[in-house]
Write a new protein. Structure first.
Length: 95
């Protein structure tokens, strides 16, 4: 049976709502509880705004010390890694 013949194959859905082009603010502060929260939640919007001249700042409220399942990684090494990753991400997003 092909995918087209399978009654469980989902139909293609076309979204009718266009993306809204909201105004670029002069400056913005994105707040996230954990490293990566801002990146995943609104990173593309922040990058778009930064490219359009917006002053972008990011505030991460925790140090990232709980962000791994690796039992061999020390807390200090994890914090250093997460902070380095977050700074790189902010730089690439234009913050």
């Amino acid at each position: 049976m092909t995918a087209a013949q399978n009654p469980l194959t989902p139909e293609t859905v076309t979204l009718q709502a266009p993306s809204k082009n909201i105004m670029t603010p002069e400056r913005v502060l994105a707040v996230g509880a954990h490293p990566d929260d801002v990146d995943f939640g609104c990173g593309a919007t922040l990058a778009k705004w930064a490219q359009a001249g917006c002053e972008v700042s990011m505030l991460i409220c925790t140090d990232g010390s709980k962000g791994t399942w690796d039992q061999h990684l020390s807390r200090d090494d994890l914090v250093e890694t997460r902070q380095r990753e977050q700074r790189l991400s902010a730089e690439r997003l234009g913050a």
